[in-house]
Design a protein around this ligand. Sequence first.
Ligand code: BES
Ligand code: MN
Ligand code: ZN
Length: 497
Amino acid sequence: MMEIRVELGKAERYPCELLLLFSFELPARIEGVWERTDLEWKGFLSGLMSQGDFKGELFECRLVHTQGALPAKRVLLTGLGKREEFDLEKWRGASSKAGQFIKNSGVKRFAFAVEKFNRLTVEELSESFVTGLLLGTYQFNEFKTLDRDKIKEIEEVVVLTEFPEDMKPIQDGVQKGRIISEAVCMARDLVNGPGNQVTPTVLAVKAEEIAKRHNMEVQVFNLGQAESMGMGAFVAVAKGSQEPAKFIVMEHNKNKGFEAIALVGKGITFDSGGISIKPSENMDRMKDDMSGAAAVLAVMDAAARLQLPLHLVGIIPATENLPSGKAYKPGDVLKTLSGQTVEVISTDAEGRLILSDALTYSLRYKPKAIIDLATLTGACVVALGDYVTGLFGNDESLVKKTEDASAKTGEKAWRLPLWDEYFDYIKSDVADFKNVGTRAGGAIIGAIFLSKFAGKIPWIHLDIAGPAHIEKEKPYIPRGGTGVGVRLLLQLLRDWK
Ligand code: BES
Ligand code: MN
Ligand code: ZN
């Protein structure tokens, strides 16, 4: 694990293997560290820039050896682009790109000085620097057995400041950035883990480990218990699989007088579609159908580490969705925990079924808000593309808070409507609803179905089918499972009032 230390000192006087310096494009500058280093180095840096050998373009990286001109052996220059276009999202990206460059060049230790600029505080800058660095250098090597010695890792980072009064805010920022990034990486590990490894049982064990670490309450119900509680929808989905299903409930700050907020995560550890089986092409991707559950586990862990003053209830219905002689079938009518009945049109619309019982279950905590995360529909990916979360909600103020958290974290979420008209599509001849409407408007219809189980409680549904996993890397998100939702939810909860 990367160690990150905060030290008092001046960058241009600090002996290290590598000193990391950031710069905007000319003519804009960050006064301070860059200029003093340049002075110490007899104008070498301004020379590079005026010759055009380093332009400061966004994410540009250039490594130079100091040949003894500075106590640092090397300097890595990283561009921040145009000063007027700069924001924390670009900062996370630049921190990631610098980290990736350093990691790939095999350097194990580096130093970097945080200083205020663009009206950002050192605390914000430190948190986002660490976030970009840890998320951008993430790699999933658990199942690689060959060439393990070639795996490169940064071991130590020293974050410098010359101002004693900045030590505390920097340490706080570093610590928060670390907690949040470790949570995201925990979620990524679970999503990248294959279906034969990350089973419902493993999710339950993970929940128990987290709960134990933080003295949280945790309950894990098996299929028999779920059945006697009346979770007809969850049980129907689970009964086709040999792998034991788990209904997981965790509580942070139970009985401490805080407002309850329920976090519900879809935990399908493999979605074959069931009897309505999916085409085999890309079916391997359906191991990530527990990305919502992974995010909830990670958020619960981070919430405890950040000591958030809220009563958080994490609820995870976890099961596989497989065809078998015991599997539920199209045409079946299910009685949900809410008492409402559902006609199954497709066994591949299983997410909304297990979530319906989880949402109903959450109501017993009388939550101030319910937030669910689910890789719910391919239609949401068609609507918004690979990188964007579908955002639905029945409460304007909660939607607004979620949009603010989305803007702050750079986890893009875009609102889609929940108008009554859409409900017509899921009316059934034999039951209260059907689990599938039309292909057209599929993401909204899925969300409308869920809304019938959130009661009158302010509720947000995040359809993360697109961004749960990416094929093409983003500045601080490598290919594969992304841990989407973790930073968004943590921001929302940190800003809760
Ligand atoms: N897990 C899938 C949704 C999904 C699709 C996630 C693609 C990630 C990428 C979900 O259970 C599903 O199968 N949804 C169906 C719903 C349909 C039957 C109404 C879908 O999207 O096709
Ligand atoms: Mn499905
Ligand atoms: Zn699914």
